[in-house]
Ligand binder design. Structure first.
Ligand code: F58
Length: 817
């Protein structure tokens, strides 16, 4: 323990409590104490931030700009203490002052500025960029309300607004002097600038984007990168013209209108269609980001002709894809560059990550609306498209079908702008997020692009940060691992490989089991408190946590639960290990089927948990409000990780990685990154089931008939009949009708086809679990072989293959006296 550091923490804590918050200890609330500690820690972040900016400024190396509409960060305080390596000293300092660090940590409201995997990936990537000492800025939106909080009333999801800023956010610093005007609407006016293609845009209104900065620390290094989120404000706090004419309310209205842009995160995890405000959000943050990048560049006295040498901008899905048109506009219209050069710079700067294969999730904007919000951008898009299609026609003369398929504009039905096409044309690299996903992009969604530019489409398999999801979430396992392989693994996850031989060491296996058992005990407490379900810590912890979606097939899991329950009632003597099946996840507020699946889980849980014949052998719990905070005790306690999406639908998945890193075995389909996880951990250490992408294609082409499975499989029939007959709905046979009808009708996600293989695979899980030595071996090998799923590896791939950037290490600043 570093005694001097304990004293510094105490001093800075007291100083923040008094000088910044204006409180004295006796009157301080727990939130005051949390804020004071956060502010004390922030001083350390800021010292690193200053050193970091100074070094970046001097070295002038290429900077990664990660453009993302979502950053799902999770609580800062514990993570910052971990990365700084000062947890023990801070705990000591608080305890000497009479406070409990854990209580202060629990006080933090997490910034839920994302929906799920995509937003969390952006947060993991910020963590890895800083840890790898890569100059980087994350650009996004400072939503006043993040993803809603999920309450459960009588088994139904109820949404509550997330007022995460209500008690103050000590991690952000407003930069009112860094602000940009962003235009909307109006019209574009052609300009004859000596034969150059240029125009002026006369927007109908302007909104001001103000920067809010949060420091993102690297793990135990000197780097503190910037996450810069934009808040919308009225361009003038009052419209003075309106005010002077006596239109006070009109002026205030305009202020409210402007601020609406960053008011709330859209809570849909796959689909947001045709919402004007959503388009405004996207353009708003992209314009602020690009204006900021240009400002920084010009401030250094560098010419815009070298912009792409200084910046690599990554588009996290198509939400920031309007950057293609905006960068061209800024260069051509505002900075008077010629089209050819501007276009070249744009493409060399931008790269695009695709996160979905679901056709309904590919963003499209009605051309009419796009033109109303961004008239000048629509012209630019048309010009990009004209030139692009000319190239296509040159390459494939007479192939009009191909031209129509590639066009940025979808002409079938009301004309719409295909954002994935805009992003692909405007980028020098496009990537998928897992090997299978990239392969399917090449074969399907982006096939024509792949044929046109075979070099452009590359794979970068997702990863997750081992700092938050292993070191912080699972301190017991982290300590055991460190004892075995040393303490370098948090920044070099391949070191976990050193655990492999220990899988054969009985004493180590016993320790491994003790850790899991303690983690399960912890989670049992959480489940009891939050779901009201008591569970047996010696049962198999079988967990599925993720957004609720039909393609993710939580209902397949439920069907298995029902089948297991019916079997346990029928065969009380069966050699089946006791099991606790845990669910968690939010449903998009307007997604009725997903909400009904949540209700089904609760209804099945109610019946199963109350059944004296089975209650010692099967429990079901739904943990409400799954988010970054609440996931922390879940991954470490999991033994079986459910990754059961329909093959070809989950682009990658990242929860699958968090589970396996923490020693859970996966039951899963050949989908997304499951394929690579299975390859890495070994076929024998992974429970595989289900149709492959090819088999699904074949099945569909010969005509898929779900009823056939229902009719020929007595177990499936009994399960469906129980659900359809109201067995879990207090006799109300209509409640779950939509689910039953979907399954027996089209069954678009092929649950019935995969039901029997899933059941058999679950039986294999049971057999393996009955042999604890075998199970533990498999568990150790899972953790040992997950090194490649660190987000550090993903970021290293991006740096090499896409961004062409190098680390710029920062010297640790010296400690204050
Ligand atoms: C997810 N997408 C993928 N989208 O579904 C998942 O397979 C992948 O692992 C992850 O991205 C990271 O690559 C996802 O989370 C969203 O949440 C969007 C939010 C905004 C609206 C559209 C979907």
């Amino acid at each position: 323990m570093d005694r001097a550091l304990v004293d510094i923490v105490k001093r800075e804590f007291k100083d923040a409590l008094f000088a910044t918050l204006g409180r004295f200890p006796e009157a301080a609330t727990r939130n005051d104490l949390y804020l004071a500690l956060a502010l004390a820690v922030r001083r350390e972040l800021l010292r690193r931030s200053v050193a970091t900016s100074e070094t970046y400024y001097k070295k002038a190396s290429r900077t990664v700009c990660y453009l993302s509409a979502e950053f799902l960060l999770g609580p800062h305080l514990a993570n910052n203490l971990l990365n700084l390596g000062v947890e023990a000293e801070t705990r000591q300092a608080m305890s000497e002052l009479g406070y409990d660090l854990d209580q202060l940590l629990a006080q933090e409201e997490e910034p839920g500025l994302g929906n799920g995997g995509l937003g969390r990936l952006a947060a993991c990537y910020m963590d890895s960029l800083a840890t790898l000492a890569i100059p980087a800025i994350g650009y996004g939106i400072r939503y006043e309300y993040g993803i809603f909080d999920q309450l459960i009333h009588d088994g139904w999801q109820v949404e509550k607004t997330d007022k995460w800023l209500a008690l103050g956010n000590p991690w952000e610093i407003a930069r009112p002097e860094i602000a940009f005007a962003v235009g909307f609407g109006g019209r574009a006016q052609a300009m004859d600038d000596e034969g150059r293609y240029r125009a002026i845009w006369i927007p109908e209104r302007h909104v001001r984007g103000v920067a809010y900065d949060t420091q993102v620390l690297g793990y135990r290094n000197g780097t503190a990168n910037l996450l810069r989120l934009w808040k919308a404000e009225a361009a003038e706090s009052f419209d003075f013209a309106a005010f002077n004419q006596g239109d006070y309310w009109g002026a205030v209205d305009q202020k409210i209108d402007s601020e609406n842009i960053t008011k709330v995160l859209y809570p849909n995890d796959e689909l947001v269609r045709g919402k004007r405000l959503r388009l405004e959000q996207q353009y708003f943050f992209v314009s602020c980001a690009l204006q900021d990048m240009i400002r920084i560049h010009l401030q250094k006295g560098a010419p815009l002709s070298g912009f792409h040498e200084k910046y690599a901008a990554q588009l996290n899905d198509t939400h920031p894809a309007v950057a293609v048109a905006e960068l061209v506009r800024l260069l051509v219209d505002v900075h008077a560059m010629g089209w050819e050069e501007a276009w070249d710079i744009t493409r060399r700067t931008l790269a695009y990550t695709n996160h979905t294969l679901l056709p309904e999730a590919l963003e499209k904007w009605p051309v009419e609306m796009f033109g109303q919000v961004l008239p000048r951008h629509l012209e630019i898009v048309y010009e990009i498209n004209r030139r692009f299609l000319e190239e296509v026609r040159g390459r494939y003369p007479g192939d009009d079908g191909r031209v129509a398929r590639l066009s940025l504009i979808d002409e079938g039905g009301p004309r719409s702008l295909r954002m994935a096409h805009l992003a692909s044309v405007g980028s020098h690299r496009v990537n998928g997020v897992a090997a299978l996903h990239t392969k399917l992009l090449k074969a399907d969604v982006l096939r024509d692009f792949h044929e046109l530019w075979p070099e452009k489409l590359v794979n970068v398999t997702n990863g997750v940060t081992p700092r938050r999801f292993l070191a912080l979430a699972n301190p017991r396992l982290a300590a055991l691992v460190t004892g075995a392989v040393g303490d370098a693994w948090p920044r070099d996850l391949e070191r976990l490989r050193g655990l492999e031989p220990l899988a054969e060491d009985a004493a180590f296996r016993a320790e491994w089991r003790q850790v899991k058992r303690a983690n399960k005990l912890d989670l049992s407490g959480v489940i009891e408190a939050r779901a009201g379900v008591a569970c047996d810590p010696d049962s198999l912890f079988d967990i599925q946590v993720k957004r609720i979606h039909e393609y993710k097939r939580q209902h397949l899991n439920v069907l298995h639960v029902v089948a297991l329950w019916q079997r346990l009632r029928r065969e009380p003597e069966a050699a089946v290990p006791p099991r606790t099946v845990v669910f968690g996840g939010k449903a998009a507020p307007g997604y009725r089927m997903a909400k009904l699946i949540i209700k089904l889980i609760h209804s099945v849980a109610e019946v199963v948990n109350a059944d004296p014949a089975t209650r010692d052998r099967l429990r079901v719990a739904f943990v409400p409000d799954y988010n970054v905070t609440n996931c922390m005790p879940i991954f470490p306690a999991a033994e079986l990780s459910e990754q059961i999406s329909t093959a070809g639908k989950e682009a990658s998945g990242t929860g699958n990685m968090k589970f396996a890193m923490n020693g859970a075995l996966t039951i899963g389909t050949l989908d997304g990154a499951n394929v690579e996880i299975r390859e890495a951990v070994g076929e024998d250490n992974f429970f595989l089931f289900g149709l492959t992408v090819e088999e699904i294609q074949a099945l569909r082409s010969t005509g898929y008939r779900p009823r056939g499975y229902y009719e020929s499989d007595p177990v499936l029939r009994e399960v469906i009949d129980a659900v359809a007959g109201g067995r879990f709905a207090r006799g109300d046979a209509s409640l779950f009708r939509p689910i039953v009808d979907s399954l027996l009708g089209q069954d678009p996600w092929l649950l019935l086809a995969d039901f029997r293989p899933y059941l058999e695979c679950q039986a294999a899980v049971e057999r393996a679990y009955l042999d604890p030595q075998r199970w533990t071996r498999m568990s150790i090998l899972n953790t040992a072989r997950m090194g490649r799923f660190s987000s550090d590896r993903s970021i290293a791939d991006y740096c090499r293959e896409i961004w062409r950037v190098q680390p710029v290490p920062i010297d640790l600043p010296s400690r204050p006296a």
